[in-house]
Structures are given as structure tokens and as C-alpha cells.
Design a protein around this ligand. Structure first.
Ligand code: ADP
Ligand code: ADP
Length: 237
């Protein structure tokens, strides 16, 4: 059974002006993401990628269709149940979204504190994560003292802290230079390979998909216009 399954999912927003039509941000999308996949979603700005991510992360309800994450149909859940689903999904972002007033260690500890972990368990888990992302020597640093690549490694460590089954990467390398992008993509590949985390990569950059993903869905105007193995979708006829 796929870990994420969308079946005819549509998301519309109300008209932004009185005489305009509703915005169809995601339009009848069906796709299956298997456990352990690195699945890319590519498209230009406005294609509906971020909306799709918010639906999968249970941050917003779908307008219609079925959306199943880790065996649970999100369209039937209460807000309380949705919060539990959300805790099984890690997120990383283009602008990293670190807390600037917290140290690296405290940033990574944050979701564990929220989840009510015991102090000693948090210490041990954060130490392990710092080593995994290669930042043990930066535990006491603040985000502003880090390079972009280091900040994203903190973001990855934080996203993985509670051992989620799924990691959503939303334009996670778009603010980074090519060399740093390569390092972050290598780390994400390790997360997938060594920890079995299913990774969903949202990007407008074909290189990112070709480096990291095995499967891809191409979005345009809210629709998935093509999907399949990366080498098939991007092969030149
Ligand atoms: P992408 O991430 O691919 O750039 P988005 O999902 O952000 O695309 O946007 C898809 C479409 O939905 C765009 O036309 C956008 O303006 C619209 N949209 C996104 N979020 C909202 C919202 N909260 N309210 C109204 N329209 C929205
Ligand atoms: P807000 O709604 O103000 O963004 P949240 O409590 O949702 O606040 O998030 C707090 C911080 O944790 C933010 O910096 C956000 O980017 C980050 N965050 C939110 N969801 C996740 C997640 N699933 N994994 C990792 N970090 C997250």
C-alpha cells in the first residue's frame, strides 16, 4: 500500500475579488507515493505544488477527493487526529525557518519538547542527530552564525527529530548555491537510504529531481500532466 495516495484530489480557494472565479489550486490530482520512494513534484511557480504539500501535511483540508497518508484517510479526520498525522511528517523549507533566538541544539530539540519527550531522551536524540548531519561542533551556535548549507542541515535534523516516516522538502535547496545544493541533496539521499524515510521533493529545478528522485510528477495549472520514473519522464524522444 502506498504511504501517500491522492485519488482525484481537488483544492479550490474562494474568489479573491468579488467578480472573479474560485481559484482551483489543485485540480483532480491522483498519485501514489510508495514507502521508501524519493518522489519529486516539479512545476513552475503557481502550478499548485505548495498547495499540494499543505494538503499532504494536513495543514489544510481538501475540497474533494481522497487523500491517504500512512494508512489514514485525512479527509475523515478531526483536527486533533490531523495533528497526530502531522507529527509523522517532517518538513524542510527554502528559508530554513529556524528560530533565530535559539541555538542549533535548541532548534533541533524543539519538536521533541513539543512532543513531550523526556529531557534525557531529547539530549540523546539531538546529539545523535547533530552527528548524523555533521554539526556536532555547532551545537551551541545560533542560526546567523551558520552558512546556508549548515542551516538547512539543522532544518533536516529538526525535521527528522521525531522519526517521521515522511520528509517533505519544499524548495529546500532553492536558496543555496550549486555546491551547497549538492551537499544537501547528498544528505537527503542518505536520509532515504540509511533511515528508510520516504522523501517528497517539491521544486522548480529539474537538476534537483534528476539528482535525487526516482519518480516524478509534473504539475501545470493545478494538474499533474505527466508522472512516472524520472528517466522516462525526462528522456528525450
Ligand atoms: P506553487 O507552489 O506551484 O507555486 P501554489 O500552490 O502556491 O503553487 O499556488 C497554486 C495556485 O493557487 C496559484 O494560482 C495561487 O495563487 C493559488 N493559491 C495558493 N494559495 C492560495 C490561497 N490561500 N488563497 C487563494 N489562492 C491561493
Ligand atoms: P507557524 O504556524 O507559526 O509556522 P508552527 O508551530 O507550525 O508555527 O511551526 C513552528 C516552527 O516549526 C516553524 O519554524 C515551522 O517552520 C517549523 N515546522 C512546522 N512544521 C514542521 C514540521 N512538520 N517539521 C519541521 N519543522 C516544522
Amino acid at each position: 500500500m502506498p504511504i501517500v495516495s491522492l485519488q482525484g484530489v481537488t483544492k479550490t480557494y474562494p474568489p479573491t475579488a468579488r467578480d472573479s472565479a474560485p481559484v482551483i489550486a489543485v485540480d483532480d490530482v491522483s498519485l501514489d507515493i510508495a514507502q521508501g520512494d524519493v518522489f519529486g513534484i516539479i512545476g513552475y511557480s503557481g502550478a499548485g505544488k505548495s498547495t499540494l504539500v499543505r494538503l499532504i501535511n494536513a495543514l489544510e483540508p481538501t475540497t474533494s477527493g481522497r487523500l491517504i497518508v500512512d494508512g489514514v484517510d485525512l479527509t475523515t479526520l478531526t483536527e486533533r487526529e490531523l495533528r497526530r498525522v502531522r507529527s509523522g511528517i517532517g518538513m524542510i523549507f527554502q528559508q530554513f525557518n529556524l528560530f533565530s533566538a535559539k541555538t542549533v541544539r535548541a532548534n533541533i530539540a524543539y519538536p521533541l519538547t513539543l512532543a513531550g519527550w523526556a529531557k534525557a531522551d531529547i539530549e540523546a536524540r539531538v546529539t545523535e542527530l547533530l552527528a548524523f548531519v555533521g554539526l556536532s561542533d555547532k551545537a551551541k551556535a545560533f542560526p546567523e552564525q551558520l552558512s546556508g548549507g549548515q542551516k538547512q542541515r539543522v532544518g533536516i535534523a529538526r525535521a527528522l527529530a521525531t522519526r517521521p516516516a515522511i520528509l517533505l522538502a519544499d524548495e529546500a535547496t532553492s536558496a543555496l548555491d550549486p555546491q551547497t545544493t549538492h551537499e544537501v541533496l547528498e544528505l537527503l539521499a542518505r536520509v532515504n537510504r540509511e533511515q528508510g524515510v520516504t522523501i517528497v521533493v517539491i521544486t522548480h529545478e529539474m537538476d534537483v529531481i534528476q539528482t535525487l528522485a526516482t519518480k516524478v510528477a509534473v504539475m501545470e495549472g493545478g494538474r499533474v500532466v505527466e508522472q512516472g520514473e524520472v528517466f522516462e519522464v525526462f528522456s528525450n524522444p
